[in-house]
Unconditional design. Structure first.
Length: 402
């Protein structure tokens, strides 16, 4: 019994190290690789006179790359098992961030953001699938939400780091510094993630593969979420910076987004287990839509901070719950379902910032893009409410356990 206890303790520690390594990986791939653009964007507009249209196209190219990476992983999932492919993706994710500060060419910016999107998607799908598999094999699937706190931590880190870097080295130094921070985090994540190789999967029956049609309504809701949330994800800092009297708060609004995102990755999955994934997703969509709607009309500190916090407090929670629900419906094909749902999300992300940036310049403001974003999130809520494939159990992941 004593030996078994110490073996179980050692295994638990190894699982925790893998989880921490995954968190650091998502800080690199998503918090920095994907979302550092948001707090740096107003700096580029301030120093370089970048238009909202160009800003939207750069964001759209990044999301197009994200979509391409997700589709590639869903079509050729074996690539995720090739160290050369995944290692190259990590290196390119870091370099494409740092190199953004070394050019003034919109063409090269576009190419770098496109490539950065591809690598972010590959790393996101890889980390979600691999760490999720480890947690499920060891009866800890309920901890999967903790993994996605890495996105919020990365966002909070860039929110604190970017203003400091900007103070000394302007917008270009912000990009280069973000790349250096990503490299340091990646090194730590690799050292911890290696513990996964020591975790032999326990003997268990392989669950039957679910019907792929069951994930289509989930993917549709996730598509509209990608289309709606991305407007805030791209322009919220620029929106606050453009609000009279609130320029000094703009960088800190991104910190608020990140700090709100960290506990949300634990809170929303917990609510899903207590009440049902459908109810928790509906509540998250409702809160996110309310925050986006408030941002259309509010010019006060409280209103805009609510918009930032409600956005940060829901979007990663929605990601965590959607991927967990998708893997519940197709437990034997975790890599495919993670890639498929990420691709559906990615399609919405490609369209959102391009249309929003164009409309913002056309109408000289973000009101119309934000109203359309609100409508998209409401559609996600409706699709989720009508989806017949959610489990009726309050805790489907533990169903059948004694």
């Amino acid at each position: 019994m004593g030996k078994a206890f110490f073996n179980n303790t050692a295994t638990s520690n190894q699982v925790n190290l893998v989880l921490i390594g995954g968190i650091l990986g998502l800080m690199v791939a998503m918090g920095i690789g994907r979302f550092a653009y948001t707090p740096i964007l107003p700096l580029m507009q301030r120093d370089l006179g970048m238009s909202n249209t160009l800003a939207g196209w750069l964001a759209g190219l990044n999301y197009l790359g994200y979509l391409a990476g997700a589709v590639l992983c869903s079509i050729v999932p074996r690539l995720l098992g090739m160290r050369l492919f995944t290692g190259s993706s990590l290196i390119l994710c870091i370099l494409t961030t740092a190199f953004m500060g070394l050019t003034l060419s919109a063409f090269w910016w576009g190419g770098l953001r496109l490539l950065s999107g591809i690598t972010s998607a590959v790393l996101f799908v890889l980390i979600s699938a691999e760490v999720g598999d480890v947690l499920r094999r060891h009866g800890l699937a309920h901890r999967i939400g903790i993994l996605y706190s890495g996105v919020g931590l990365g966002i909070a880190l860039t929110g604190v780091l970017i203003p400091v870097l900007d103070h000394y080295w302007s917008w270009s130094g912000a990009w280069i510094g973000a790349g250096i921070a990503a490299a340091l985090l990646a090194g730590a994540g690799i050292l911890l993630g290696r513990q996964q190789g020591a975790l032999a999967p326990p003997t268990a029956n392989t669950p039957k593969n679910g019907q792929r049609t069951s994930v289509y309504p989930l993917a549709l809701a996730y598509f509209f979420e990608g289309l709606g949330y991305v407007v805030s994800a791209t322009f919220i800092v620029a929106l606050i910076a453009a609000t009279p009297g609130l320029l000094h708060l703009a960088p800190w609004s991104w910190v608020a987004v990140g700090l709100a995102a960290v506990p949300s990755t634990i809170l929303w999955p917990w609510l899903a287990r207590q009440y049902s994934f459908r109810s928790a997703l509906i509540a998250a969509y409702a809160l996110q839509a309310s925050g986006i709607f408030v941002s259309v009309f509010s010019t006060s500190i409280i209103g805009l901070l609510f918009a930032a916090a409600s956005f940060g407090g829901t979007f990663i929670g929605i990601v965590a719950m959607t991927l967990a629900e998708g893997q519940r419906r197709m437990p034997a094909d975790s890599r495919w379902i993670a890639a498929f749902l990420t691709a559906a999300f990615g399609i919405g992300q490609v369209l959102g910032p391009i249309v929003a940036g164009y409309l913002a310049d056309l109408r000289d403001g973000f009101a119309l893009p934000l109203l359309l974003a609100t409508a998209c999130v409401v559609v996600s809520l409706i699709v989720t409410a009508l989806d017949p494939h959610f489990s009726t159990s309050r805790n489907p992941q533990r169903k059948g356990k004694k």
